[in-house]
Write a protein that binds this ligand. Structure first.
Ligand code: FE
Length: 335
């Protein structure tokens, strides 16, 4: 509750500041689980190009979702911007997002990266892939997510906590692909192969590989990008698993128009603009992610990891199978 009160205070300040700028013209309000650093440059650009002022409130996704629901018809929010398809799926299921029939969005955003019912659209792609010790592992030793469950990797695997939605989404997609029994076998194998208790974040997970505690980790690419940016000589490398089968597990950050928005037309125009080539480049590069729009090249640090085949199963399945995934991980002792 304290957190929500603090959020309300933040929004009031943001709204007041906004009013002192353009007293005329259109305004949009974005509730964003993506942090200020990553969104403000893009929002400022939109204001510069169109005169439309973009105000925003940042917080954790569950807080924003709860808030939109509590505000009901009175919500000032026009768009919800968040990470992970599991979260977007939840927002849609709660009924707070409005379906958008847009040729621009369906053209710019590949089908597997958007809601089949058009209530949200991926805006950047993060691949949850393998990062390995360049000193102790040869790329030829690696092949698939599934193979990391084999005894060969005993005491060599580093994972982030199962409490993080990224891993819940990864396991949800394994369930979608293989069914629950096989997915449980894979997760059980991972747990047996852990080099240490699961880590609190992706960076710590990779640091365990650098420190020699583990040999291979499953992490989101942009965290690896951050490590490389800090230390280009970091003795780790990216491996793209499942290239001759399902492809690399991808997830999105994305957005949808709020069902109770009073500015739906303007909100849709903004969402469409976010999917265009120039904006996609800025939006993805800010976090070293892949643009969701496939015609936009990735940042050079990201492009250096080479092309890869993505898993084309719709990312909405991350939400669909999330509850089952959480239970499965718990059952298999994945902390
Ligand atoms: Fe993240």
């Amino acid at each position: 509750m304290k957190r929500i009160q603090r959020s309300i205070a933040t929004l009031s300040v943001a709204l007041t500041l906004g009013m002192s700028g353009l007293a005329y013209g259109q305004e949009l309000v974005v509730y964003s689980a993506r942090i200020e650093n990553l969104i403000k440059p893009v929002f400022d650009l939109y204001t510069a190009e169109t005169g439309v002022k973009v105000k925003y409130l940042t917080d954790q996704e569950p807080v924003l979702l709860q808030r939109i629901k509590a505000e009901g018809d009175n919500t000032p929010a026009d768009l919800l911007l968040t990470v992970d398809a599991g979260n977007l799926w939840h927002a849609a299921k709660e009924g707070v997002l409005h379906p958008v029939d847009s040729e621009v969005l369906t053209k710019n955003i590949p089908e597997h990266l958007r809601d089949p019912d058009q209530r949200w659209f991926g805006l950047s792609v993060r691949a949850r892939t393998l990062v390995y010790s360049a000193q102790r592992v040869k790329p030829a030793d690696l092949s698939t997510y599934e193979e990391l469950a084999e005894p060969k990797w005993k005491g060599r695997l580093a994972l982030r906590s199962s409490k993080k939605v990224y891993n819940q989404s990864l396991v949800a997609m394994l369930i979608k692909e293989h069914g629950e029994a096989k997915a449980a076998e894979i997760v059980g194998g991972w747990v047996r192969n852990l080099a240490a208790q699961p880590f609190a974040d992706d960076t710590k997970t990779m640091e365990a590989v650098v420190a020699g505690i583990a040999d291979v980790a499953i992490v989101n690419t942009y965290y690896f990008g951050r490590l490389v940016k800090k230390d280009p000589a970091v003795p780790l490398a990216v491996f793209w698993p499942n290239q001759s089968s399902s492809g690399v597990h991808v997830n999105v950050s994305g957005a949808g128009v709020v069902a109770a928005s009073k500015n739906k037309k303007a909100a849709i125009a903004f969402l469409e603009w976010l999917s265009t080539e120039k904006v996609q480049k800025i939006f993805a590069e800010a976090n070293l992610e892949y643009p969701a729009n496939p015609s936009v090249p990735a940042h050079p640090i990201v492009a250096a990891w080479g092309p890869f085949k993505q898993n084309r199963i719709n990312v909405s399945n991350a939400g669909e199978f999330q509850a089952v995934a959480i239970q499965l991980m718990d059952r298999m002792g994945y902390k």
